[in-house]
Each structure stands twice: as structure tokens, then as C-alpha cells.
Design a protein around this ligand. Structure first.
Ligand code: PRP
Ligand code: MG
Length: 181
């Protein structure tokens, strides 16, 4: 294990498992959106890795756009209020939109984002997430594509951070307790 990987206590998904699963989801997306204009929207910053691997697994033209959102208040998401830090560059009216994120935790981010993008007159808005924590959900989120459902544990790697570290891990895993102390 390298200097960063050594902080993981358990690897939940390896780089290969992740890329293989995204290839399966990409094949579904290829099939479902055949002949349709598609924009995939990555949610900065966590979704960068998923976007990169998903987009390269797609066998079609696709536009890649990005949004950055943040919660109001004291850093918690409990208010459910979200503000846009960086909006889409493109007009999505009349187009098919697939929001891409690496994890759905409480569901607040994607619940808000879905309704925000839906108000712009797109042909459709759907969600793809690599991970989902069913036990942590506070808002109903209608997800079209999910890589894996996972227990309500804190995970890092492949875009997921702990205090802005570990996003650059190739695998996804749980942190060793010594990291927190
Ligand atoms: C994380 C993660 C998801 C969101 C999920 O992003 O990347 O976007 O939280 O949590 P939720 O379902 O409870 O809303 P975060 O806002 O921490 O920013 P980041 O992507 O820059 O890490
Ligand atoms: Mg995020």
C-alpha cells in the first residue's frame, strides 16, 4: 500500500470493480438514450472520477457539463437549502439530462438539484450515482442508475473526501481510526 492507501482499514471497491461497474451502467445508458441528445452533469467536486470513467465507457456522443453546489449555514446539510456556486454552462431546455454523482447520502443534494434542473424545461432529468446509502436517506430521490447500495459508513476515495483528503485514492474504502484522531 502507498502513503495514501495505507490509511484505509478496508477496501470496499477496487479500481477495477468500479470501472467494470461503470462500464455496465454505461452500456445501460447507451441503450436507454439511443438516438437522443444527452448531457451528463457532474456534481463538483466528488463526481470528477465517476464522470471521467463513465464518459469514457459510453459509446456515443455526450456533452459533459458541471455544477457546483453548497449548503447554506453551518456546514451541515440538514437545512436542505442549497445554493449554486457554479451553474451549468449549457442551456438544457429540451435536452435529456443525466446528473452524475459518486454518492447519495441524505439525498438532499440530488433532490434539490433534480428539481432545480427540472424547472429549466429539459426533455428529462435522471440520476446516476456510484454509491447510495439507503439507511441515511432523508429525502426521496428517484435514482435511475446506481452502482452499489452500501451501509451507512464513512467512505473515502475515488472522489470521496475526508477533510479534502483521499479524493485521489483509486479504490473506495473505510478510513483507519487513527486518521480521525
Ligand atoms: C458529497 C457527495 C455528494 C453529496 C451527497 O458532496 O459528493 O455530492 O455530498 O450527500 P447528500 O446526499 O447528503 O446531499 P459534498 O457536498 O460534500 O461536496 P464535494 O462533492 O465537493 O465533496
Ligand atoms: Mg458532491
Amino acid at each position: 500500500a502507498g502513503a495514501v492507501e495505507g490509511d484505509l482499514v478496508e477496501v470496499l471497491f477496487t479500481e477495477k470493480q468500479i470501472v467494470d461497474r461503470l462500464a455496465e451502467l454505461a452500456a445501460e445508458v447507451d441503450r436507454d438514450y439511443e438516438g437522443k441528445d444527452l448531457v451528463i452533469v457532474g456534481v463538483l467536486r466528488g463526481a470528477v472520477m465517476v464522470m471521467a470513467d463513465l464518459a469514457r465507457a459510453l459509446d456515443r456522443h455526450v456533452e459533459m457539463d458541471w455544477m457546483a453546489v453548497s449548503s447554506y449555514g453551518s456546514g451541515t446539510k440538514s437545512s436542505g437549502v442549497v445554493r449554486i456556486l457554479k451553474d451549468l454552462d449549457s442551456d438544457i431546455s429540451g435536452r435529456h439530462v443525466l446528473i452524475v454523482d459518486e454518492i447519495i447520502d441524505t439525498g438532499l443534494t440530488l433532490s434539490w438539484l433534480t428539481s432545480n434542473l427540472s424547472s429549466r424545461g429539459p426533455a428529462s432529468v435522471e440520476i446516476l450515482t456510484l454509491l447510495r446509502k439507503p439507511e441515511a436517506l432523508q429525502m426521496p430521490v428517484d435514482v435511475k442508475y446506481v452502482g452499489w447500495d452500501i451501509p451507512n459508513e464513512f467512505v473515502v476515495g475515488y472522489g470521496l473526501d475526508y477533510r479534502e483528503r483521499y479524493r485521489n485514492l483509486r479504490d473506495i474504502g473505510t478510513l483507519a481510526p487513527h486518521v480521525y484522531s
